[in-house]
Design a protein around this ligand. Structure first.
Ligand SMILES: Cc1cc2nc3c(=O)[nH]c(=O)nc-3n(C[C@H](O)[C@H](O)[C@H](O)COP(=O)(O)OP(=O)(O)OC[C@H]3O[C@@H](n4cnc5c(N)ncnc54)[C@H](O)[C@@H]3O)c2cc1C
Length: 456
């Protein structure tokens, strides 16, 4: 593990990214509608070549991008991170056809990705997820379906209750669906208001009367259930969806699917959060998927989720470090010029020591983030522990630093539109998503005891 100091090209790149964020991305972010995907901003991230780098560079570069963008434009940082979170499973676990279809558009910023793991009843305990992926048979008359009805015995061979019964929505069961970019808020097909449910696309609703089963051929499932707190939903163009393919099997019975937004039966609604964030819930009403939509192997979807989170967790820490640094720099500037008690605020030792503590903790968190990212890039065995430590320390530190910054700015920090008012709201969620701080402590402890037992 190398000592941590960025080399000169990395330092120069970070400065360039901060300038781009301030000059080119911030104006676009300001024109966006709070709580909705800002497509011009995503397209500009693509234009600048930053989205491409999500798939061509390692964890350290990802952290440098997130930290630098967060410093000057949290909206740009978040848009970049969400493209990575939603599309990384396609990059790392997708088939050549899936990669070819989606990744170029993600990289240019014309397709928006989302990562759909959380459910109303399964947040921290993600292995308890219940979105059902029920196997189904092919239907008569469908392309690739059967020309002749099979014997009942063959139908029964395909599986359990609910698989063959009841009317279903028709629509494509084969390859990926047609891509329909969502409209702007308020437009037909646009995202609508938070809480307002909307259909994401797809075919009509007439029921299919007869079903027939085929004992071989590609596997097919219907997805039924709900996802919630999904960033970029319901406006994303595709979702990496984690669904239960084997009931009762916990983490070992989950499969990841790439679900285009226009699949029939997929609807969603926006959610209004403390800090405006494109986020919503998704409802799956017998949404058809096939083996061609799978990311990785059947029942191994939890590996896809955890592999993705191991990469992204340190970078959540980098996001937090960028915000902490912005709060620290604002505090340095403010306390150096604010008159108080016959001098400046910085002349009060109680103030100066708080600023020193903010800087100390921010730097410690930054080093922890870089260490975790380097461990990831080197394929070190202790990545889960380091990733958890980095995310935990950096997000808790940023909360501390931003809170102190608000305190040292006084009332002006709480005025709507002030940088610190924005950061104060923005800094809260990362302590909860991608594993709450308590969950990170659980991971760290588990890894420590496992290593002890293994005699390492
Ligand atoms: C802004 C935002 C964006 C998000 N984006 C996405 C997304 O894109 N995709 C997605 O799938 N999800 C997303 N989420 C959901 C997020 O991952 C969940 O909120 C998170 O996993 C926690 O789940 P929960 O909210 O249901 O809380 P719960 O699981 O109900 O936990 C509540 C609290 O209980 C405590 N707790 C839980 N487990 C433990 C434990 N093991 N030990 C000790 N204490 C514990 C913690 O204090 C925790 O905060 C997002 C959330 C937010 C706020």
């Amino acid at each position: 593990m190398p000592a941590f100091s960025l080399d000169p090209p990395q330092t120069a790149w970070c400065a360039e990214l901060r300038a781009l964020a301030a000059e080119r991305l911030r104006p676009l972010a300001e024109k966006g509608e709070p709580g909705h995907v800002n497509r011009p901003l995503v397209a500009e991230l693509g234009q600048l070549g930053l989205l491409e780098r999500l798939f061509t560079s390692g964890a350290v570069d990802l952290c440098l991008m997130r930290e630098s963008l967060a410093y000057a434009c949290t909206e740009a940082e978040t848009a970049l991170a969400l493209q990575g979170l939603g599309a990384y499973p396609v990059h790392a676990y997708g088939t050549p056809a899936q990669r070819e279809r989606w990744l170029p558009r993600v990289a240019e910023g014309s397709a928006v990705a989302a990562f759909a793991l959380s459910e109303p009843g399964a947040g921290s305990d993600a292995a308890a997820l219940e979105l059902r992926a029920e196997r189904e048979a092919r239907r008569l008359g469908e392309p690739g379906g059967l020309g002749e009805p099979r014997e009942l015995g063959e139908l029964g061979a395909l599986g359990g209750p609910g698989e063959l019964g009841g009317p279903r929505e028709p629509g494509e069961l084969g390859g990926p669906g047609k891509l329909e970019g969502p409209g702007r808020p308020g437009e037909p097909g646009g995202p609508g208001k938070p809480g307002e449910s909307r259909k994401l696309g797809g075919a009509g609703d007439s029921p299919v009367a007869s079903l027939a089963a085929e004992p071989d051929g590609p596997a097919r499932w219907r997805l039924t259930g709900e996802k919630c707190w999904i960033s970029n939903a319901p406006e994303a163009d595709f979702y990496t969806v984690f669904a239960r393919t084997t009931p009762g099997a916990g983490a070992r019975g989950v499969t990841a699917f790439l679900v285009p937004a226009d699949r029939p039966g997929l609807t969603g609604a926006g959610l209004d959060m403390l800090s405006p964030h494109p986020i919503g819930s998704l409802t799956f009403d017998a949404v058809p998927v096939t083996a061609d939509d799978m990311l990785g192997e059947a029942d191994r979807g939890f590996r896809v989720a955890m592999g993705t989170l191991n990469l992204f967790r340190p970078s959540v820490g980098a996001f937090a470090v960028g915000m902490a640094q912005a709060a620290l720099d604002a505090t340095l500037a403010h306390t150096a010029q604010r008159d108080a008690f016959g001098g400046k605020l910085k002349d009060l030792q109680a103030v100066a020591h708080q600023v020193a503590e903010m800087a100390l903790r921010t730097e410690a968190a930054r080093l922890m983030v870089y260490a975790a990212a380097t461990a990831y890039d080197e394929g070190a065995p202790d990545v889960p522990k380091r990733a958890a430590m980095a995310k935990l320390l950096a997000t808790e530190t940023a909360q501390y630093v931003v809170d102190k910054a608000v305190q040292l700015h006084g009332a002006r920090a709480l005025r709507r539109g002030h940088l610190l008012e924005h950061l104060y709201r923005e800094v809260r969620a990362p302590r909860i998503y991608e594993g709450a701080s308590e969950v990170q402590r659980g991971i760290i402890a588990k890894e420590l005891y496992a290593n002890m037992e293994a005699g390492q």
